[in-house]
Design a binder for this molecule. Structure first.
Ligand SMILES: [Ca+2]
Length: 242
C-alpha cells in the first residue's frame, strides 16, 4: 500500500515536471536586457526559451528606425547549447534593439501591409505602409495592384508610398507587396565554398475597394516597364518615357 502511494506520488511529480516542460516549451523565444549590478556601464543580454540544437541568430538594429531596409544585423549565429545564453555588452553604445531568431525556421522576410486595412474602401492617393522584418539586407520592395507593378519602395522612404488608386478601375482590387532580400551565399558547385547568393522572396497583401469619382480607364502605360519609374520616389529626373 505504502509502495503504491509512493509510485502514485512519483507519477504525479513526473506529470507536473512534464507539464512544466511543456509550459516552458510553449514560451516564445525572447531576449531580455538587464543592467549588470557589478558594473553599471555594462548590461546583460539574455536569450531565453531556445530549443537546444536548433540554430539561432542574435542580432541588433538601429532603433528607433522603422524603415524596412533597416534589417537585423546578426552578430552571432550558433546551435543553441542550452535553453538560455547570456552576452555582456556596454551600455554606452548607441541605442539598439536586440532580437533572437530561429534560423532553422527562417523562410525569408516577414511582410505585412499595415495600411490600408484589408476590406476598407479607398480613393485618391492612398498611403500604403509596409512593415518588413528580416535578418538579411533587403534588395527590393515592390508594390502591385493586381498584375500591375505600381512602385518600388526604396531605402529612406520609411516603408511608405502613395498609391494613385484612380489609375485603376473602381471596385475590389488587391494591393500586394513583394519583398526580395539580398540572400545568403550558398554552394552551388559542390566545392564546399559558398559562391552564389540565394535570395528569399515574401509577399503580403490586402484586398480593398477603390472608389473614385473619376478614374483612368486606359491604364496601359502602367504595363510599360518605364511607366514604373513615374511612380518611383523623387527625384523625378529618373522618369524615362520611351
Ligand atoms: Ca562553391
Amino acid at each position: 500500500m505504502e509502495r503504491q502511494k509512493e509510485i502514485m506520488k512519483m507519477a504525479s511529480r513526473v506529470l507536473s515536471l512534464l507539464t512544466m516542460a511543456v509550459a516552458l516549451q510553449a514560451q516564445p523565444l525572447s531576449v531580455a536586457i538587464t543592467q549588470n549590478p557589478e558594473n553599471l556601464h555594462h548590461f546583460f543580454l539574455d536569450v531565453l526559451n531556445m530549443t537546444p540544437g536548433v540554430t539561432y541568430g542574435v542580432g541588433q538594429k538601429v532603433s528607433p528606425d522603422e524603415d524596412p531596409f533597416n534589417t537585423w544585423a546578426l552578430f552571432d549565429v550558433f546551435p543553441a547549447p542550452a535553453p538560455a545564453i547570456r552576452y555582456e555588452g556596454t551600455a554606452s553604445a548607441a541605442q539598439r534593439t536586440h532580437a533572437a531568431v530561429n534560423l532553422d525556421d527562417y523562410t525569408g522576410p516577414q511582410v505585412r501591409i499595415v495600411s490600408p486595412e484589408s476590406g476598407s474602401t479607398v480613393s485618391g492617393d492612398v498611403p500604403v505602409q509596409v512593415h518588413v522584418a528580416d535578418v538579411v539586407p533587403l534588395h527590393t520592395i515592390e508594390v502591385f495592384v493586381g498584375d500591375t507593378l505600381v512602385a518600388n519602395i526604396t531605402a529612406g522612404q520609411g516603408g511608405t508610398m502613395n498609391l494613385p488608386s484612380y489609375w485603376f478601375p473602381n471596385g475590389e482590387q488587391q494591393i500586394w507587396v513583394r519583398v526580395v532580400n539580398q540572400g545568403i551565399d550558398v554552394d552551388t558547385d559542390g566545392d564546399g565554398l559558398a559562391d552564389t547568393p540565394s535570395t528569399f522572396a515574401s509577399w503580403g497583401s490586402v484586398t480593398v475597394t477603390f472608389d473614385n469619382d473619376v478614374y483612368i480607364e486606359n491604364f496601359s502605360p502602367l504595363y510599360s516597364g518605364y511607366g514604373i519609374s513615374y511612380f518611383a520616389t523623387s527625384p523625378r529626373s529618373s522618369i524615362r518615357w520611351e
